[in-house]
Ligand binder design. Sequence first.
Ligand SMILES: Cc1cc2nc3c(=O)[nH]c(=O)nc-3n(C[C@H](O)[C@H](O)[C@H](O)COP(=O)(O)O)c2cc1C
Length: 151
Amino acid sequence: MTKVQLNYFDDTQTERTLIDEEVPFPEGKLIVSRTDTKGNITHCNQAFVEMSGFEMGELIGKPHHILRHPDMPSVAFKDLWDTVSQGTKWRGYVKNLRKDGTFYWVYAVVVPNVRDGKVVGFASVRRKPSRTKVNESAELYKTMLAEEKKA
Ligand SMILES: Cc1cc2nc3c(=O)[nH]c(=O)nc-3n(C[C@H](O)[C@H](O)[C@H](O)COP(=O)(O)O)c2cc1C
């Protein structure tokens, strides 16, 4: 178990525990959340609550980076935001941090929520990722993160 300080894009910081232990994605379930245009969680389903390890009340209104794992390179989220802000669907593999410090991998599809031609928020639907893709993504993210740390 290690303690790390996480620095977010909005200049806030928090101290979190990291435990190098994966929690398997629940079979046959979808993990769903919706956010406002800034990425604050407005809705989430029971599978989201169970996998994140947070209570529903600890999630609603909070920035989605509450799940950010420090093994994820910033460029992955930049790509997500650039894509969905343009009104386009983003798909990708994400390693998420649970409240207790353990982690889980998802395959996420993030879509803009458009009303009257205006983006009013975003939604993400996550399914179980294949092991091959998780292994490939973990390698890729390690390389990307090393590049980011050099810069
Ligand atoms: C609909 C939606 C779902 C998101 N889901 C996640 C997620 O599951 N895990 C995560 O780390 N970031 C997720 N993000 C991205 C976060 O908003 C954020 O960009 C990311 O955690 C990196 O944090 P930072 O931008 O503060 O550095 C999501 C964003 C949107 C719009």
